[in-house]
Design a protein around this ligand. Structure first.
Ligand code: UDP
Length: 323
């Protein structure tokens, strides 16, 4: 049943766009994998044009505590897929798919964003980030400008931390997702804060190598999300040996073990973020040891080869093959 609170006009527009997209997928596939909730409606056409293909929904979002009407809308499509792949085990409960697997996302260690860099490149990218200076302490958050990423919470935690560490700087790097109308408004409000405080740096459209250096050279990365699918930025930072203070939501607790490679706090716990940041800033050895642990944790669990090994298993399951 369609949710009563969604206007017919929106439902019609959704069906029209997803149908148009589905016509772009030509026949000849044994398996079709649809990523994210937005294109789920393509199943309407795919069921008719490719009745023999196995359909997999790769769900990247946090489905715990969903809005009931939106879940009802999404489920009408999701439940018709043969199989779903979730980023963590608790995400599967809300939809009724016939089969499901859990595959943690991963980062590519050889991509520009994550690969190790020579000193010259680091120096050039540091210059690009000026007036942000790594000669004084830096806390960074790298996230889309999106209310769920809670940049204002990070800012509040930073302001408290600066009472203990007066020369602390904050870098908020982000971009706007094209399908996220709230992003621009949030960005403008955050940018206003940066105008008022020369130690708050709002950075947009950074090339991958610059993001790499920001994550690598910052003393701490914060990910103060209120909700999170997985949070690849956490693994990206840990891989570069930068400890993370993150919220205990979505995929963040899979990556951060409290006291081992960073600190976990409740999503609305601004003082908790401050405490974690200050404790790490005041103890270089602690920072180094947690950063080292983060590197190992990501190497063991969240690099691309592990994900590549998981995927054939999913394909074998949906195609009913021995593996
Ligand atoms: N990202 C980036 N530049 C930015 C902000 C984000 O390159 O200014 C990248 C970030 O490095 C990560 C991805 O966008 O690879 C965000 O993934 P994540 O899972 O953390 O969050 P999502 O945006 O998918 O909710």
């Amino acid at each position: 049943m369609h949710a009563p609170s969604l206007p017919d006009r929106s439902i019609e527009a959704y069906a029209e766009v997803t149908d148009r997209n589905a016509t772009e997928i030509e026949d000849g596939y044994d398996v079709i994998v649809i990523h994210d909730p937005q294109p789920l409606g393509t199943i309407d056409r795919l069921e008719k044009t490719m009745p023999n293909a196995a359909t997999v929904w790769r769900c990247h979002v946090d489905l715990t505590a969903p809005s009931e009407e939106h879940l009802a809308f999404v489920s009408e499509y999701a439940n018709r897929f043969d199989h779903a792949v979730f980023s963590r085990s608790t995400y599967g409960g809300s939809v009724d798919v016939s089969g499901a697997s859990v595959v943690h996302p991963s980062i590519d260690p050889l991509a520009d964003k994550n690969r190790s860099l020579d000193e010259e490149t680091v120096a050039a990218e540091r210059d690009r980030l000026e007036p942000l200076s790594f000669d004084a302490p830096v806390v960074a958050q790298v996230s889309r400008f999106d209310p769920w990423k809670d940049q204002f919470g990070t800012l509040a935690a930073y302001r408290r931390a600066r009472e203990a560490v007066p020369d602390l700087q904050l870098a908020l790097a982000g971009g706007m997702a094209g399908d996220d109308p709230e992003g621009m408004e949030l960005y403008e409000r955050i940018a206003q804060e940066a105008v008022a405080d020369p130690d708050v740096h709002v950075l947009t459209d950074l090339p991958d190598a610059t993001v790499n250096v920001l994550q690598r050279e910052s003393d701490i990365v914060v990910q103060k999300s209120l909700r999170e699918g997985f949070g690849l930025v956490v693994s990206e930072a840990l891989w570069k040996r930068t400890p993370v203070v993150g919220s205990n939501v979505g995929g963040i607790p899979l990556q951060v073990e409290d006291g081992h490679d960073g600190y976990l706090v409740d999503p609305d716990d601004v003082p908790g973020v401050t405490d974690g940041v200050v404790a790490l800033l005041e103890d270089e050895r602690l920072r180094t040891s947690l950063g080292e642990n983060g590197r190992v944790r990501v190497r063991e669990r969240f690099l691309l080869p592990r994900q590549l090994a998981d995927l054939p298993e999913v394909l074998a399951t949906v195609l009913d093959l021995e593996y």
